[in-house]
Design a protein around this ligand. Sequence first.
Ligand code: PA5
Length: 407
Amino acid sequence: MKETINRSDKMIKFDFETYTKEFIDKEEYNKLLAEKEKYIEKLNKSNMVGWMREIDKETVVDIKETAEYIKNNFDVLVVIGIGGSYLSSSAIHSALKSYFSNDFEVIYAGSTLSTKYLDELLNYLKNKNFCLNVISKSGKTLETSIVYKLLKDLLKRKYNIEEMSKHIIATTTKGSGLLWEEAQVEGYKTFEIPNDVGGRYSFITPAHLLPLALNYDIDKIIDGYFDGKRLIDDAYKYALTRNLLFKSKKYIENFCVYEENLLQFTEWLKQLFGESEGKNNQGIFPVASLYTRDLHSLGQFIQEGNKIIFETVIKILNSNHYIQYNNYSLDELNKNISEAVSIAHYKGKVPIIEIEMDELTLENISELAYFFQLSAAFSGYLFNVNPFDQPGVELYKNEIKNLLNKG
Ligand code: PA5
């Protein structure tokens, strides 16, 4: 029976005010705050908000059964995808895994065309029993297609066609694209990315959930994610605060974390906000820092350099591990350090938005993901751009196609 999750609404807390007030035009803030319902209505009317809809139960069962099939028949899952097709699942995988782990092995490939990496990967997989999950909404992205072809060729050298097809799972748009067509011809297992969910919003699709189902309870991810609906007011306030910081010439947002495992989550955030806002000469440029490490390098610039930066700090209060150092636990020490950093940076004219999670759990991080997706959508509207398209990415893809066609 499914465990009932009783989560209080105090798991994630936000402070948009303490360390930003000096930079926010209060009158403008209140004016835009009063317009919240208008933006909620706009969002609800959008035809790209499939990510706000419950995932159907059959798909969840199918994902869990497929994960079992992979665990029972293979030693490694290789996920091939780039951008929105891999970032959210790799972000959660990195955030939750142990630093020295014995989980079912999941390798994420396809986000670069590094010759060294791919050569070593092919070598590593030569004697492994591996399964491929190739993920591409369009079914034709260059990097994904190349890495997929290289790994498929390796499978071809080991198995006959019928056996090989059991090693491949395709996650793509149903009914269109090269990947879908190939999967139909070859009889691969397929999962669908709904048309009304853009890559960077695909947290609640099989693109995200299947790779995670190997090691994590996806019911917790789904429940936590939809708990994020209760954060809609905070999501709007976050978008609003960022927008007004931008208007006071804070053009760069530094996502700061104190846990190295969260760096991949900041990669997901970079795509989410960068692609949702960065068009029509608008938007905040997202970067990320690992503290305390980067306080000893970038800290100098942040404190005393060009005042174009604001920070969004994601803090975890309780690590569920205990180490004592003199009169403090390391968790207390990190909390004190993060407070000292906020005070120092604010004195240096760097505004700070604080997000506090009581613990880093599957539910909390999934709820936070929903919050960020909502906020990125609101933010696009506040910048007067479409938060759900990415014409600039398409341009780069077309230019590559043209170049390769010429060659
Ligand atoms: O947001 C986007 O559309 C891109 O970053 C895509 O996620 C990325 O290019 C991968 O595209 P696809 O899933 O079609 O292979």
